[in-house]
Design a protein around this ligand. Structure first.
Ligand SMILES: CC(C)(COP(=O)(O)OP(=O)(O)OC[C@H]1O[C@@H](n2cnc3c(N)ncnc32)[C@H](O)[C@@H]1OP(=O)(O)O)[C@@H](O)C(=O)NCCC(=O)NCCS
Length: 153
């Protein structure tokens, strides 16, 4: 299997197709909190930095982050997802590292993300790359990674 990593090359349709395939495996399922996946894909395509993993022409993983705070304080990582059959190959970690490198490059101070407390795979993934709990929102945590002093990861 040949994996390829890119950024911001996917089309709205490819992002939507990926999200529809992986959505049922989110905890909770993506469609329970995102009403219109096509509109969400369009929003990600337009407004976020997307790190992408491909096998051939299939978009097997994405990590999408809003890096648009004019004060360059906090970027918000809105989604990391990998198709089920490609789990535990280090793809989620590699995509998250690409996001961190981009935020360092853009001189941001930190990256936040919100993760449901029952989404153990994601909690472990972010913990392994240095995210810490910033806030307890009841059903979810806001996790944060301070990157102010990082020179490149
Ligand atoms: C969370 C998710 C992106 C992880 O992707 P992945 O490519 O499988 O993750 P990686 O292979 O890079 O794993 C990195 C580390 O996270 C931890 N981890 C990931 N999945 C795990 C699992 N099922 N069980 C235990 N640890 C896990 C491990 O520490 C792993 O390192 P290791 O394999 O060296 O032990 C994937 O499970 C997914 O797409 N889930 C559904 C979507 C979702 O819920 N996204 C979160 C909302 S933003």
């Amino acid at each position: 299997m040949k994996l390829k990593f890119t950024s911001n090359t996917s089309t709205v349709d490819e992002i939507a197709e990926h999200l529809k395939a992986v959505g049922p495996h989110f905890i909770p399922p993506l469609n329970t909190y995102v009403e219109d996946i096509d509109a969400y894909a369009e929003k990600l395509h337009k407004n976020s930095f997307i790190a992408e993993a491909w096998v051939g022409t299939v978009l097997v993983g994405i990590s999408a982050t809003y890096i648009n705070d004019p004060n360059k304080e906090t970027a918000f990582l809105t989604n990391t997802s990998v198709l089920n059959e490609y789990h535990r190959l280090g793809i989620g970690k590699k995509l998250s590292m690409m996001i961190m490198n981009k935020c360092v490059e853009e001189c941001f101070s930190s990256i936040d993300t919100e993760i449901n407390k029952e989404n153990f795979n994601s909690l472990i993934l972010y913990e392994t790359i240095g995210f810490k709990i910033k806030m307890d929102l009841g059903n979810s945590f806001i996790l944060t990674k301070n990157i102010k002093d990082v020179k490149g990861i």
